[in-house]
Design a binder for this molecule. Sequence first.
Ligand code: VTB
Length: 425
Amino acid sequence: MESSLEIGFLRVTEKAAIAAARTMGYGKRKFSDQVAVESMREELGKMRMRGTVVIGEGERDKAPMLYVGEKIGRGYTNGEDVSMPEIDIAVDPLEGTNLCAVGAPNAIAVLAASEKSGLLHAPDIYMDKIVVGPTAAEHVNLDSSVHENLHQMAEAYKRDVDELTVVVLDRERHHDLISQIRDAGARIKLISDGDLSAGIAAAVRGTGVHCSMGIGGAPEGVLTAAAMRCLRGRMQGRLRPLEKWQEDRMKSMGFDDATKVYDTDDLAAGNDIIFSATGVTDGDLLRGVRFFGGGIRVSSLFMSLKTGTIRFVDTIYTDLPSGVPGNDDGGTMGAWYVLATLGLYPVAGSDLWIIGAPRFPKARIVVGGRELLIEADGVGNSAQYVQAVELDGVPLDVPQLTHAQLTGASHLRFVMGDEPSRWGR
Ligand code: VTB
């Protein structure tokens, strides 16, 4: 994937996290989710790709935005533009909607992307999961007993079982699982929501979490697996239809073996996987969004499987005129670009302007209170070479102007042609 596209995905989760964080503590779970979805969709729509949502907000009839199968990106804005890459996208714009609604820890905005067919289109039902980091990746198996898995993990981590911490969703359905973990002697962190964030935390040293176990959403399992590919951890899952409609759903989507264990590579098979998660509220892994006078600070985990990079990114968005380091460079580049399209290049530290090839047939700019009309007769994709230049009707022999000449003039006229000329040599 092109790096400009990759970095675009970071922006997508950053923006969604900011939108959701603005609603933190409102007690409106659905509203928090909705603003994150809207933001994510808007940002994804700006990207130079032909994106397809493979994990999203639900099926088309239930979700107006980011539904499974939705085509998104500039490659679909005006018909299909085949020059842009096809990308499969899995999103969870707000993982932990309840957490955000009450301001509890570990709400995140998440996205994974891959080349076509690199992420499993899992049904929106439950999945029994086990997630561990690289240290224990080869030491666990969903088919083994909880006792055996924990003892294997302890060996891998070179510690006792009672020095392991397992995260489990606090649900009635986990009654037995919790007893088995307690019997084996491991510590437990019960969470009210957010097993995706817990799974990622398990794969990062220093979070104090070693494993995530139990039944949560299958679509989020695919996102967890994408993160595990990048972190070299492991995620195993088995679809667990807990109700009849889930069984039907599973079958209708072509998943008929309820005993099959899906490993990390089955869930996220791609070779070119991008994973981005941005903290909404403070958590084990990431800080939440912080608003301050004139700016916003966000923390993300941003990974690329292909380049093998794992980045913890801290970004500051600001609207202050003084900006932050980087903004002035960005501004200069923007100003330079505008001037270049007008056929003007300012030589820094001097009063000279070098004359280049303009891109627009007509432009009016105000310089020192006076209007300067810049015309480029016949400019176009083939006519991109300067043949002659006049300033207020006087032909110029050299391709430069002083600042005083430019600010004292009212008409700069270019004659353009298809071939390079000898003008200015
Ligand atoms: C919850 C939620 C998770 O799945 O577990 C949900 O906290 C499904 O469980 O983060 P319930 O229906 O019991 O709430 C997740 O959304 C993702 O796995």
